[in-house]
Design a protein around this ligand. Structure first.
Ligand code: GDP
Length: 452
């Protein structure tokens, strides 16, 4: 299968210029590529210092550390070569150009190395997702969780569950297919259903304990909302500046909602500035308001900012009218009117803070409260195995199929039980990206020695 595969190469390290650039080559021509570029192939998995030359002219491009990882025990499962060169623009460009001149070699597409690792069975789908999450991780909690997923936290569990389902299915199928055989025990359905029942509890438990695993990827969403000029943008800037770990704005951010990622007590928090929330007749602005509201509505927590320095200050629309999330009331501009801020009454259901986004007064209290909130919110999520809706859906479908199989009971239709078990196995197989009916046959013949 490898021979008709193209060999791919790419710069695997960050954007030049950098101290070092790592260029990887993967596929059947990786061996040839090393020979052409450095005149030899180093011993497997041992770094070698070598001159890298342009294959046709022989001109020296750079001196590199070269590594050779023969398949199938490489990261992608195919032959791989790695060259660590100096990370200058021209060095990298010359090396990539040189690779492109080698027949059968082309620049890799995004994610293509990982894609090959998946196709070659080196990573299952959940591990591929874990790898993507690890690269995207912005906080220690996200990093730890992604790493565990990359190492099979959910994939291995799902594979184990799927094997058990296949074993249960094999029992029922044997009952169906070989009813006349003398050496097939009469009651195979009871142990099959018992196994299904156990699995159902285990998967149900994993679903119940999954807490906010999915949120760990995107962060706790905190929306800053309130009437115009209350100081929302000032607050966002202060929070962002204060918690130095501001990270990339999410792609697709509209001009209506600004997103900032923070690291609060090691947990990821996405702050939304919905500065545009106000009544408007301009259709474009209305659309902005609509989006801002929609985003605020799906937030876990809303910080409703008002100008506390104005007597009887406008609180804007009552946030609880359209926001279902928890709302904290932030009376801003404490620096302008301390007395008024302290005397105003507040609704019992809302936590209130007096702050000055401009001077920073009251911010410590607010940040501690936010950090505690994030800690509570994420408590127990780190042990959760579910980090994506896809996982949750697959596990829910599996539980649904198991429930339908169990509903048949021992006196029920063997065909229907088999069908539901098969479908439970398929949904789990889809979770890890490995659906294979051959497995079922293997188990039948291994466990029953039918001998025909
Ligand atoms: P937004 O429309 O809610 O985003 O409000 P901005 O953040 O743009 O602030 C509106 C105005 O209030 C600006 O002139 C800010 O400098 C000012 N402002 C914001 N927070 C404070 C504060 O705590 N104290 C004082 N004195 N002014 C503030």
């Amino acid at each position: 299968m490898q021979s008709d595969r193209q060999t791919i190469f790419a710069l695997s390290s960050g954007r030049p210029p950098a101290a070092i650039a790592v260029v990887r080559v993967c596929g059947p021509k990786a061996f040839v590529a090393l020979e052409k570029l450095i005149g030899r192939v180093p011993r497997a998995r041992q770094a070698a210092l070598a001159r890298v030359r342009e294959p046709v002219s022989g001109e020296v491009i750079d001196e590199a550390l070269a590594l050779w990882f023969p398949g199938p025990h490489s990261e992608t499962g195919e032959d791989m070569a790695e060259l660590q060169v100096h990370g200058g623009h021209s060095v990298v460009a010359a090396l990539l150009d040189a690779l492109a001149t080698i027949e059968g070699c082309r620049l890799a597409e995004p994610g293509e190395f990982t894609r090959r690792a998946f196709e070659n069975g080196r990573l299952d789908l959940t591990e591929v997702e874990g790898l993507a999450d690890l690269i995207a991780a912005e906080t220690p909690a996200q990093r730890r969780h992604a790493f565990r997923q990359l190492k099979g936290l959910i994939g291995n569990r799902a594979e184990e569950w799927r094997r058990k389902i296949i074993e249960a299915l094999a029992l029922v199928e044997a009952r169906i297919d070989f009813t006349d055989e003398a050496d097939v025990p009469e009651d195979l359905v009871t142990p099959a259903l018992r196994a299904a029942q156990q699995l159902r509890s285990m998967i149900g438990e994993a679903l119940a304990n999954s807490g906010r695993g999915e949120r760990l990827r995107e962060g706790l969403v905190v929306a800053i909302a309130g009437p115009p000029n209350a100081g929302k943008s000032t607050l966002l800037n202060r929070l962002a500046r204060r918690e130095a770990a501001i990270v990339s704005p999410i792609p697709g951010t509209t001009r209506d909602v600004i997103e900032v990622h923070l690291n609060l007590g090691d947990y990821p928090v996405t702050l939304l500035d919905t500065a545009g929330i106000r009544d408007s007749t301009d259709p474009v602005e209305q659309e902005g308001v609509r989006r801002a509201l929609a985003r605020a509505e799906e937030a876990d927590l809303v910080l409703w900012v008002i100008d506390g320095s104005v007597t009887g200050g406008a609180t804007g629309e009552n946030p609880e009218n359209h926001i279902k999330s928890e709302v904290w009331l932030l009376r801003n501009k404490l620096d302008l009117a301390v007395d008024k801020l302290c005397t105003s009454s507040e609704s019992r259901s809302t936590r209130a803070f007096a702050i000055s986004a401009a001077t920073g007064a009251g911010m410590d209290t607010l940040i501690s409260a936010l950090t505690a909130y994030a800690g509570n919110y994420f408590a127990a999520t780190e042990s959760s195995i579910i980090t994506r809706t896809r996982h949750r859906r697959a596990l829910e479908e599996t539980v649904g199929a198991l429930d339908r199989a169990l509903a048949q009971g021992t006196g029920g239709s063997e065909e229907l039980i088999a069908e539901e078990l098969r479908s439970a196995g398929t949904t789990l197989g889809r979770l890890t990206g490995r659906v294979d009916v051959e497995d079922i046959l293997d188990v039948i013949f291994r466990d029953f020695c039918i001998g025909k």
